[in-house]
Every structure is written in structure tokens, then in C-alpha cells.
Design a protein around this ligand. Sequence first.
Ligand SMILES: NC(=O)c1ccc[n+]([C@@H]2O[C@H](COP(=O)([O-])OP(=O)(O)OC[C@H]3O[C@@H](n4cnc5c(N)ncnc54)[C@H](O)[C@@H]3O)[C@@H](O)[C@H]2O)c1
Length: 262
Amino acid sequence: MADGRISGKISGRIAIVTGGASGIGKATAELFAREGAKVVIGDLASSEGEKVAKEIGGTFVATDVREAKAVEKLVKTACDKHGALDIMFNNAGFGVTAPLVETSDQLYLDTIKVDLDGVFWGLRYAGRVMVSQKRGAIVNTASVAGIRGSVGLSAYNAAKHGVVGLTKAAALEFAPAGVRVNCVCPGVIDTPLVARAFGSSEEARERMHRAHPLGRMGLPIDIAKGVLFLASDDASFVTGHELVIDGGMCAAPGTGGRVLDD
Ligand SMILES: NC(=O)c1ccc[n+]([C@@H]2O[C@H](COP(=O)([O-])OP(=O)(O)OC[C@H]3O[C@@H](n4cnc5c(N)ncnc54)[C@H](O)[C@@H]3O)[C@@H](O)[C@H]2O)c1
């Protein structure tokens, strides 16, 4: 499937995308809509989220994924509006670099709340609906930081390793109902999150490109295509899997645990 062409793989499916106002979530919401899905975006950023939802003919629900009740409301809104839930993309997140010994209580707790708790609530509420429907696919956004350590990202590492573990646990529990659960592990993807975490100067961007054997940072659409695969019936025998989409970053040994070389 080339960009812009419709494969029909998820035509008519009901999909929730958290963090759909920006970056990877936005690219995925757009791709899902192009593929014929009815998309419900949940995000903290209301004006950007409303704008994306309007552009793709979807729905926006103001959602703070740190709050279980907010995620419950997001799932309920999608089900009330469309009568079912086929795809849940638990993607909202953020990352800030800090040495472990200088990581504040607030940064540690907030990272866990958004990046890990938010995924747990999404699994719990989407899982309840999908298990009772006996169909559905859930994709979580982990990271290469969910499968290896990174200098300066300890709280993020803890949360993202948790997402990989949760993915496997939920996959096992939901498998008897035919509900699949997988995650994606992106390398460094060119989004506002990365510009905030690592800088946006030419030099910073060059280091981010160099960190990937394929010679470039990833684009949000590179991840969206992996999410589409996992969410579609093409992946009907894939569950409990972490799909690494990182331009070869994890295949390169000897980085000393640094996300970027010095
Ligand atoms: N960009 C990368 O290099 C990269 C690499 C690996 C993993 N990730 C993960 O990908 C996901 C998306 O990141 P991105 O790079 O697209 O970032 P982004 O900043 O472009 O988008 C993140 C979105 O999540 C939303 N969000 C943040 N906190 C929220 C909350 N509490 N409740 C609801 N929405 C919230 C933001 O408003 C934003 O729209 C995150 O989970 C991130 O950890 C990103």
C-alpha cells in the first residue's frame, strides 16, 4: 500500500487513538481515517485534537490519560457513538531527559502516570469491551527505551519497560477472547516530543539521524504503518509482540546506552 492509497484493511472499524493531536498519534489517526476507520481521538491538547479530528472527520474527546475515569469516559464515548470498539491505540506519552539522581519526584511520578498508568487504564477499559465483544486489537506505544536502558531516561525507561510487560500480560489474558495486544517500539522519531527532549538545532538533528543505521530519524508515518499492520487482520496471528521500528538502532551494539552518540 503506497501512501494515500486505501487498502481497506480497517474499513468501517471503530478506533481510539490517544495522543492523536500530535506526532505519532496524529499520523496514525490520519492513516486510520484514510483506511476507512471511524476515529476517536483522546488527548490533553484540546484545540490541536479538535483540529485533527475535524480534518479527518473523526471525534475528539478531551482526555487526560493519567486519570482512569477520563479513559473510561473516552472508551464509553466511542462505544456510545459507534456501538463497538475494534482498535485501541494507547499512545499518549511524553519524555524528558534528566540524570537519575537529579530526577524530581514530580518528573518520575508524572512519567509513570502518563506513559505507564495511561496504558494500563486503556487496556482495562478497552479490554472489558473487546473481551465481551470477542474481537478487537490493542496497540500500545512503548519505545526502544522499553527494551534497553538509556542514559538520562531512567523514569521513561521504567515506564516503557512496563508497557512492554503489560502488553504481554494483557495479550495472554485477552487471547481466549480472540483479542490481540501488541506494542510498537519506535527509535527516535521526528516529533515535537523529540525536539523538546533532545533539541532542534541542526547539530542535534544530525546526531539523531546518525543514531540510526539507516541514516535518518524516523517519521511519524513510519510508526503509523506498523500500528496499522498490528491493528489489522494482517496481524491476526500476532499477539504479545513488541514491533521494533527503529532504522536498525537496536541492531547496533556498543552505543554505551546513549540514545545519541556524543
Ligand atoms: N518521538 C519519538 O522519538 C518516540 C520514540 C519512542 C516512543 N515514543 C512514544 O510515542 C508516543 C507519542 O509521542 P510523540 O513523539 O508523537 O510525541 P508528541 O508530543 O508529538 O505527541 C504526544 C501527544 O500525547 C499527548 N499527551 C501527553 N500527555 C497526555 C496526557 N496526560 N493525556 C492525554 N494526552 C497526552 C500530547 O498532548 C500530544 O498530543 C509517546 O508514548 C512517546 O513516548 C516517541
